[in-house]
Write a protein of this length. Structure first.
Length: 144
């Protein structure tokens, strides 16, 4: 049984094409990088190919360098090159693709915080009531 993994990385080396029977195909790398304890970069590039609607989705909504989340079966492909050297690469089979959440910039966070405070000041619901303006409900108890 092949392991199922979820990978978050940057998409790159995108290759969109149509098959002979006019079905979309998109091949791309998912690159993951991290520094080790000696502050050296460790890199992992995983090749994958998607077909049909998933290929159209990736082609329409992703660009080189975008962060992508992919879940699929991880396999190692091995072969012998013409010169006799052993080669291998890691591939992700049957991936499910999704967007990675984007980080909010400081202005978006401040704006959201001000909006949330505005709702609370107007007596809006905060999850219960306590008269202390704490998290947990109405600022004043509901009428009975």
């Amino acid at each position: 049984m092949l392991p199922t993994v979820t990978i978050i990385g940057n998409i790159g080396y995108m290759d969109f094409a149509y098959s002979q029977d006019n079905k979309p195909r998109m091949s791309f790398n998912i690159s993951c990088s991290e520094k080790d304890k000696n502050n050296n970069w460790m890199n992992l590039n995983i090749r994958t190919t998607v077909f049909g609607k998933t290929a159209d989705f990736v082609n329409k909504f992703f660009n080189d360098g975008d962060v992508i989340i992919a879940t699929g079966k991880l396999v190692e492909e091995k072969w012998t090159a013409n010169d006799g050297t052993k080669k291998s690469k890691i591939k992700l089979l049957f991936p499910d693709i999704s967007f990675a959440p984007k980080e909010k910039n400081e202005n978006q966070q401040n704006n959201q915080s001000q909006q949330q405070q505005g709702y609370a000041q107007q007596g809006e619901y905060r999850g219960g009531y306590n008269g202390q303006n704490n998290q947990g409900g109405y600022n004043t108890p509901p009428a009975r």
